[in-house]
Ligand binder design. Structure first.
Ligand code: AVI
Length: 322
């Protein structure tokens, strides 16, 4: 049966709180901006470019795992699932798995609804037998739920790319618990997790020679300028990306190049030269820690696939009831 394409980028109530959220984080002693604001339409494209960089190994390594173990992954998942793609972006990763997984329904979810709608419209032309319905939603916080049209049978939450690493371990556990609560009967999770490795590899991956990651990070200030009527002067800021061994994470910051006053709707702050705005964490897990994290959220890892160097893991985990 040929399903009608249906694109429903729902208005997200969480976005109403954006100005207050940004105002508070910019005023904090260590100023910070949530990494979710990295992904405006240009930021999403810059992230796609990052994934093409020789230094940025996660996307390629994960793709190689899917290529090598796709058959086993499909057998583990089984055909006809409801594939819920969290942070779908251009939907390319899930689309690559469609021929193997043969989902009944595909529900890409992303904060950047504009970007998502374009991607889904193209994809629906290629895979007409799969019902596709897009959801524009910020699922990083507590208050999200899936619309009623999402089938509740055999849900497979797909969370590739090690986006879980962008949460602190505590936030990651809470996030996974929320996913678990929405799994329904026979639900499962297919997740990609970046693993701990040599810091030289990590430093280069998050501070590449071409400066694409720098543009991705700096573009955040443009986005905030629009969201908050702020007057960040992009040229006065510099990208920093480095591994923090104490915390087991890569950190991205924007560093003020000189003392400057930044104003926005409802507030202002002086940043001294060298002061930073913390914009992202990217935690790197040991396999045993990743499995423990999943268990703490109510999942049981049924399969773990890694690459030869053990740089990245793809884990299939079933939701177990408490
Ligand atoms: C989306 N996320 C998993 C990326 C990461 O590696 O943490 C975001 C990114 N930041 C800089 N480069 C890529």
């Amino acid at each position: 049966m040929l399903n009608q394409m249906s694109l429903e980028a729902l208005p997200d109530p969480a976005l109403l709180h954006v100005p207050a959220e940004l105002d508070a984080s910019l005023r904090a002693r260590q100023a910070w901006i949530s990494p979710k604001f990295l992904y405006d339409p240009l930021g999403s494209k810059l992230f796609e470019a990052i994934c093409e960089l020789p230094e940025y190994y996660p996307t390629r390594t994960e793709a190689a795992i899917f290529d090598l173990h796709g058959g086993e992954i499909a057998r583990t998942v089984g055909a006809g699932c409801t594939l819920i793609d969290l942070g779908a972006g251009n939907c390319a990763k899930a689309a690559g798995l469609f021929p193997l997984l043969r989902p009944r329904q595909y529900v890409p979810v992303d904060i950047s609804a504009e970007f998502l709608n374009d991607a889904v419209a193209r994809l629906q032309q290629r895979f007409r037998e799969i019902e596709m319905r897009a959801v524009g939603m910020d699922f990083s916080g507590a208050g999200w739920d899936l619309p009623d049209f999402v089938r509740d049978e055999r849900r497979l939450f797909f969370y590739p790319g090690s986006s879980i690493g962008n949460f602190t371990p505590e936030e990651a556990r809470e996030f996974l618990q929320r996913v678990h609560a929405r799994c329904g009967r026979d639900g499962a999770l297919l997740i990609g997790i970046d693993l701990a490795k040599d810091r030289g590899v990590l430093d280069c991956a998050y501070d590449d020679a071409l400066g694409v990651t720098a543009a991705f990070n700096l573009n955040l200030l443009r986005h905030v300028n629009r969201l908050l009527d702020a007057d960040f002067d992009i040229r006065q800021w510099r990208h920093r990306g480095f591994y923090n061994p104490q915390q087991g994470r890569v950190e991205m910051h924007l560093e003020a190049q000189r003392s400057q006053l930044v104003t926005w709707r409802g507030g202002s702050r002086r940043f001294e030269a060298g002061e930073t705005i913390h914009t992202e964490n990217s935690y790197k897990y040991r396999p045993s820690d990743a499995i423990r994290l999943l268990e703490e959220a109510g999942f049981a890892a049924s399969r773990v696939w890694t690459d030869e160097r053990e740089w990245f893991a793809v884990i299939h985990a079933r939701a177990v009831s408490h």
